[in-house]
Design a protein around this ligand. Structure first.
Ligand SMILES: Cc1cc2nc3c(=O)[nH]c(=O)nc-3n(C[C@H](O)[C@H](O)[C@H](O)COP(=O)(O)O)c2cc1C
Length: 161
């Protein structure tokens, strides 16, 4: 699939097939995804694969759509607010790389914000040095939702003199 089709067809998946997805395959996509822009080569991401015991403790309302694989992506806070922002931007680039690469293999992803909660951070044993950018369920989609309409970019663009 070409990159444009890939971007346009990707969806957040909320229901997954009960088909196994090899963690090694996910790791190999993350290995590629890490070749993302990151200022000063901080490589601020960390990934935690969430096993069944921890997953139960997280008590997510849909259990991440019953995704076969669940992982959290963390961003290092760095030593200043500016660095924290830049690191979050870099980690978001890495995540989008993963989302698109997985999608190109027919694998969908559900991005949950659950990691913003301090109790979840505790469960994941995440230190104060990190933000949890998201917790991701990933697997083969059971359902692919319709595209959500976006505002034309024209209304969000201005050209300065
Ligand atoms: C930072 C971030 C946090 C998100 N958190 C959630 C979430 O907690 N629950 C959820 O259902 N979707 C979450 N999403 C997914 C968005 O709801 C989804 O991307 C949006 O509705 C557009 O749908 P699409 O991804 O299928 O195009 C999150 C996305 C981002 C970028």
């Amino acid at each position: 699939m070409d990159i444009e089709k890939l971007i346009l067809s990707r969806r957040t998946i909320k229901k997954f097939k009960q088909e196994e997805l090899d963690v090694k395959t996910v790791e190999s996509w993350l290995q590629t995804a890490r070749v993302a822009p990151n200022h000063k080569m901080t490589e601020p991401w960390e990934v935690i694969f969430i096993g069944p015991e921890t997953r139960k403790q997280l008590n997510h309302k849909t259990d991440f759509g019953k995704a076969p694989v669940v992982f959290a992506v963390l961003s290092h806070r760095g030593s200043s607010e500016a660095m924290r922002d830049e690191n979050l931007a870099a980690v978001s680039c890495m995540i989008q790389n993963y989302l698109l690469l997985a999608w190109s293999h027919g694998v969908g992803t559900f991005w949950s914000s659950l990691g913003v909660s301090s109790s979840v951070k505790k469960t994941l044993e995440v230190s104060e040095e990190y933000d949890v950018v998201g917790i991701f369920g990933t697997g083969y989609p059971e359902e692919i939702p319709a595209e959500k309409e976006r505002t034309p970019i024209k209304s969000k663009v201005k050209h300065m003199k």
